[in-house]
Every structure is written in C-alpha cells, then in structure tokens.
Write a protein that binds this ligand. Structure first.
Ligand SMILES: Nc1ncnc2c1ncn2[C@@H]1O[C@H](COP(=O)(O)OP(=O)(O)OP(=O)(O)O)[C@@H](O)[C@H]1O
Ligand SMILES: [Mg+2]
Length: 238
C-alpha cells in the first residue's frame, strides 16, 4: 500500500453522551481512492465529520500528512488540505453556481490560481459553466453534486472526502460522476468516498473499509473484498 496520507488511531466520537464511533483505526493511502461502506446509521457521516473537525474526537488521534490534526478547528483542517463534500450537498441558496464554487476557495489567496482551478472544475463538469449564473439550489440533483464536488476542489485539497456520491441519482449520472472522480484522482488527488451503493464504491475505489455500528469491521482491497463470498452476499447481494 502507498504511504498513508491520513492515519486514524483509536478514534472515538459521538454527540453529547451518545457515543457513535468506537476505536476506529484506519489509513488512507496517498494518491488512491478509498471507500467507506456500511449500513444506515453505522457512523460513516460522523466519521467524516470528525475527520473534518466538525465533531470533536473524544479520544484517539488523527494525523494528516504526519501532523496531529485531532484538536484543530474545521477551518484549520481545511487549510491543511482536507475538503469535505457533505451528505446532501449543502449548496447555498440565493448564491449562483459560480459563487458557490468560489466559496470553496475562501481561505485562498492568489486570484490567478483560483481562476485556473475554476477553469479546471468547468472542464470536468462543462454543464456548470453553462449554469454558472443560476442559483445553485435550483440545479438538478446530479448538477448539484457536481457543484458540491467542484466547491471541494476549489479549496485545492490534498484529500477530498465525499459523503454519499450517488444518493438519489440516476445510474447514468452516477456513472458520469464516477468517471469524474477517477479523472480527478488520476490528476493526483487522494479521495475518501463514503457510499451506500457498495457496487459503485467498489468500482471506483482500490481500498475499502466496512463500518458496522461505529467500528471498522473489515478492511482490504476492493478486489479482495469483492471476491470474499460472505461480503458478496452481505454487501453486494450476490
Ligand atoms: N447531530 C446528531 N446528534 C445526535 N445523534 C446523531 C447526530 N447525527 C447522527 N447521530 C446518530 O449517530 C449515529 C450515526 O449516524 P451517521 O449519520 O454517522 O450514520 P451514517 O453511517 O452516515 O448513516 P447513513 O448511511 O444513513 O447516512 C446514528 O445513530 C445517528 O442517529
Ligand atoms: Mg451518512
């Protein structure tokens, strides 16, 4: 496995007195796509939110590129290079596609570089260029997901985390977004993908983690997991 860009050791987190994550250990390989799968309520979103600094860790350690980020704020973590495309996309109503994309770059200086990245996002998703003046929340579901991913890219991250790529989207659009993620990864960005559609996740990612009730139960390459009869039956329905 390539060098880890992210290492998590003994991580626990939750909401108030309710613990959701227990003793999470994982690594994300630099330059690769890793997916996290698991049933509803397993804690996938909570894990991404903890990695982003939106939910505090109650114990354990998160290290990004060798730096302990466990106690950093969400802005500090974003500045270190972790972007989070949230579940439900969360675009800002009343703001255009263009302005939603630029919000992703709010911590950055250097207008020329920001413009270059905007052009990159438009080259990945040409429909966003056509729709750049439209209120982002009036886009179709697939276009909103493109805009949310684009907003993540606009922070110029080293790790892009996406919570539920395919949720509510037609297969053709999921295919389109999957191809875009593969291209983004080929251009050098490490991706951590949370995905309820295990088949889609395994097609995109090289490594997988399965989370069950707040614990990592299985890790491996997607190729190995897809060959495992118990996992095929439980997660791939075959
Ligand atoms: N803000 C919150 N306050 C209290 N409990 C929460 C909060 N958000 C999530 N939870 C609880 O934490 C647990 C894990 O939720 P989480 O959203 O992380 O799961 P998930 O794996 O992302 O599920 P899904 O596949 O449905 O998106 C659930 O029991 C949920 O009810
Ligand atoms: Mg979730």
């Amino acid at each position: 496995m390539a060098e880890p860009i992210l290492t998590v050791e003994g991580l626990a987190a939750g909401y108030g007195d309710v613990r959701v994550l227990w003793d999470i250990n994982l690594t994300v390989a630099a330059g690769e796509i890793t997916c996290i799968v698991g049933s509803n309520g397993a804690g996938k979103t909570t894990l991404l939110r903890t990695l982003s600094g939106l939910v505090p860790a109650s114990s354990g350690r998160i290290a990004f590129q060798g730096e302990d980020t466990t106690a950093l704020t969400a802005d500090q973590i974003l500045a270190r290079g972790i972007a989070h495309v949230p579940e439900g996309r969360r675009l800002f109503r009343g703001l255009s596609v263009h302005d939603n994309l630029l919000l992703g770059a709010y911590l950055r200086k250097g207008a020329a570089e920001v413009q270059r990245d905007l052009d990159y996002v438009f080259s990945l998703f040409p429909i966003l260029r056509e729709r750049r003046k439209q209120d982002a929340t009036t886009l179709s579901g697939g276009e909103q997901q493109m805009c949310a991913i684009g907003r993540g890219i606009m922070s110029r991250p080293k790790l892009l985390m996406i919570d539920e790529l395919s949720l509510g989207l037609a297969p053709r659009l999921v295919e389109r977004l999957s191809e875009a993620l593969i291209e983004i990864n080929r251009n050098g960005l490490t991706i951590l993908l949370v995905e309820q559609d295990v088949m889609t996740a395994f097609e995109i990612a090289r490594h997988a983690l399965i989370i069950e009730t707040g614990r990592v139960s299985v890790t491996g390459t997607t190729a190995a997991l897809a060959d495992n009869p118990a996992i095929r039956q439980a997660y791939l329905g075959m």
